[in-house]
Design a protein around this ligand. Structure first.
Ligand SMILES: *[C@@H]1O[C@H](CO)[C@@H](O)[C@H](O)[C@H]1NC(C)=O
Ligand SMILES: *[C@@H]1O[C@H](CO)[C@@H](O)[C@H](O)[C@H]1NC(C)=O
Length: 175
């Protein structure tokens, strides 16, 4: 009876390790590849990144915090940040002067990254509120306040690049 329980226990541990490693393997082999692709499209879809300052402080402390988190929480953070970026780019884009093809590719690859992360681990019990609040502020103080102008979108592009580069570093530390 005792042995039976031990075997069941060992089996369960191995199973959970395997599903974990599936996600882990996926991040190792694919995250960086997609990340390099969308960062390249983001660069190519417009000119130089604007030198103008973004009126919302970059959430450095959130990133510092997540550096010490568990593997699954890191995956959830990658998932949520990418989701929030996708949501930002859902705004009124009539004024943008970016290359349409590069922009569509950028968004499509970002969508693919999100879909993969979303199915990688189970969702969190407690969603990351501060991250959502930060993106809401970015939407309000840049896009809405500046009337979704080309200039506002350049600021969003600048900030998006910063996030996606930071996420790439985070994912690189996960294996
Ligand atoms: C990924 O983000 C979406 C949008 O917030 C959420 O609905 C989903 O539960 C998240 N998935 C994970 C694994 O955290
Ligand atoms: C945005 O549009 C509103 C109303 O059309 C206008 O009052 C405001 O000055 C505009 N803001 C900027 C930054 O262009």
């Amino acid at each position: 009876m005792y042995t039976m329980q031990s075997w069941t226990c060992l089996f369960l541990i191995l199973c959970s390790m395997q599903s974990m490693c599936h996600c882990c393997e996926w991040i190792r082999h694919h995250f960086g590849h997609l990340s390099a692709e969308y960062l390249s499209q983001l660069d190519q879809m417009g000119g130089d990144i604007t030198k103008q300052n973004v009126p919302v402080l970059f959430p450095t402390s959130l990133y510092r915090h997540i550096d010490d988190a568990e593997f699954e929480d890191k995956v959830r953070f990658l998932n949520e940040t990418i989701y929030q970026i996708i949501k930002l780019f859902d705004g009124n884009m009539k004024s943008v002067i970016w290359d349409k093809k590069n922009m569509d590719d950028f968004l499509n690859i970002l969508d693919r990254q999100f879909e993969n992360l979303n199915s990688c681990v189970s969702p969190a019990m407690k969603p990351e509120r501060r991250l959502k609040r930060y993106f809401r502020k970015l939407n309000r103080r840049v896009l809405r306040k500046m009337n979704y102008s080309a200039e506002a979108w350049e600021l969003i592009r600048k900030e998006t690049k910063r996030h996606l580069q930071r996420l790439d570093i985070l994912a690189g530390q996960m294996y």
